[in-house]
Unconditional design. Structure first.
Length: 98
């Protein structure tokens, strides 16, 4: 499973590639945390709870998940939390660099 994260927004509104990794290349514990974070995004989507903070200067992270090469692709858009409660987003952003 491959994960790619891009960021848009902020004052300049630029799009930036943030990170990309394959869960098969991560240690089992880290890959498990990423899977849990993605499951939480799926659950939020099913509840219709994908909203987030609103603000022109906030970053929006586009998380693209490809289950296998040429397989099913899911795309999530997660808005940065202005209150700093971004543990789910932190897991996804830092999985490759821990």
């Amino acid at each position: 499973m491959r994960v790619k994260i891009d960021r848009t927004g902020g004052f300049a509104g630029l799009e930036t590639h943030v990170t990309q990794y394959d869960l098969a290349d991560l240690p089992a514990g880290r890959a498990g945390r990423v899977r849990e974070a993605l499951d939480a995004l799926d659950a939020a989507r099913e509840r219709g709870d994908e909203g987030g903070a609103i603000g022109a200067d906030l970053f929006v992270y586009r998380i693209t998940v490809e289950d296998e090469p040429g397989g099913k692709t899911r795309v999530y858009e997660v808005t940065e939390d202005p209150m700093g409660d971004s543990s789910l987003l932190d897991v996804l952003l830092n999985a490759a660099s821990e």
